[in-house]
Ligand binder design. Structure first.
Ligand code: GTP
Ligand code: MG
Length: 353
């Protein structure tokens, strides 16, 4: 971990393992469900002769399906009532960019404490403008999709209906290392989401120091979400970060970002394989559906492998594993995963049970 770990050089990396205990039984769930839907349909309506592209699309695995697939019993799927309360919370509370800091001591309430010895009037004014609130922090490699994820979390329900236009609270860029400060997005008078500079390529030494200071000292920090770019999987700094969080006793969860990229990739492979096997583009739809289901299996195997190799499943306290896509694609037409991530944020801050 190039910059992040300069002060945490002695951290033991998480042990790698080839087994992932919790998901093996679930591997074929999706296929079984799809197969039973097909069987029911055949009983009722006779075999399907033709399926539209839209029908075929329905079989493509989504990031939410992946979250369900890799779900462990210690964090059951949120109920409809929980999701509805969560959505209400995010759509009703106003969002503001509250502070941007390049140094831990510049966080308003910390500055206020530092100044308290000097001038009590300054201390009071800062205190009132920046009250103590629970905070969650988003960490990840540069370019992992932290700022994009925050933008999607902060989309209100009206904007959410139009998936192409969202209010961009956080700046996003193709250029790795774009966010250089800790940025606090305050939601009403209830909690803060903290965006952070990425580590690894194009990350900078001082930014790593800033993030470490925050993790080690911030008493309002309730949970860290470690973002893993699905296309890159766990990199060494990610594994070191997890180890560091465990050593610090900071609760954390894993979010796989850019799941649309993997779903698109495996479905494109499927098309290529079909063409090279000599099946024409007008080949029958039943076999196309089989190929979609095969692609789903391969997507699950892909994630299973990277999760297994990271060793996170063998830790005494396994993290939650969630999936999302901040952008839509031809195959992934909706932004998935945000409702559950919002719920987990509220739960970690004690706002919802
Ligand atoms: N396809 C796809 N692209 C994404 C997704 N999330 C982010 N991106 C792209 O990835 C790039 C980086 O996104 P950011 O949100 O700026 O990533 P970051 O982690 O904040 O990056 P730094 O601030 O540099 O650490 C941008 O080009 C985004 O458009 C996603 O879910 N799917
Ligand atoms: Mg960023």
């Amino acid at each position: 971990m190039k910059h992040f770990c300069t002060r945490a050089r002695n951290i033991r990396p998480v042990r790698f393992s080839s087994t992932f205990r919790h998901i093996t039984d679930a591997l074929n769930d999706l296929q079984k469900t799809k197969a039973s839907e097909e069987a029911n349909h055949a009983v009722k309506n006779g075999p399907r002769k033709q399926q539209s592209r839209k029908d075929l699309q329905k079989h493509v695995i989504t990031p939410s399906d992946l979250s369900d697939h890799f779900r462990h019993s210690f964090y059951p799927k949120p109920t409809r009532a929980q999701i509805s309360t969560t959505q209400g919370f995010f759509s009703q509370n106003k969002v503001s960019l509250e502070w941007i800091v390049g140094s831990y001591n510049d966080i308003p309430d910390i500055k206020c404490q530092d100044q308290a010895h000097g001038s009590s009037s300054t201390a009071n004014s800062v205190k009132t403008s920046s009250p103590p609130l629970p905070e969650v922090l988003f960490l990840g490699h540069t370019n992992a999709g932290k700022s994009s994820l925050i933008n999607n979390l902060l989309v209100n329900s009206v904007e959410n209906k139009n998936h192409n236009e969202i209010t961009e609270h956080a700046y996003v860029s193709r250029r790795a290392g774009y966010t250089k400060t800790l940025n606090s997005y305050r939601i009403g008078n209830k909690l803060r989401l903290i965006d952070s500079p990425g580590y690894g390529e194009y990350g900078e030494e001082e930014q790593g120091e800033l993030v470490i200071d925050y993790i080690c000292n911030r008493k309002y920090l309730r949970r860290v979400f470690v973002l893993i770019d699905s296309r890159r999987g766990f990199l060494e700094p990610d594994v070191n970060l997890v180890s560091f969080l465990i050593d610090q006793g900071v609760p954390y969860d894993i979010i796989f970002t850019k799941a649309d990229g993997i779903i698109d990739r495996y479905n494109a492979k499927k098309r290529t394989n079909t063409q090279s096997a000599g099946t024409s583009s007008s080949g029958n739809h039943a076999s196309k559906e089989d190929l979609v289901l095969q692609a789903n299996q391969n997507i699950i195997k892909y994630y299973q492998k990277i999760i297994s190799e990271s060793g996170i499943a063998n830790l005494t306290t396994s993290p939650k594993i969630l999936f999302c896509n901040s952008y839509t694609s031809k195959l992934v037409k909706v932004r998935y995963g945000y409702k559950e991530i919002r719920f987990e944020i509220l739960r970690s801050c004690g706002i919802i049970e």
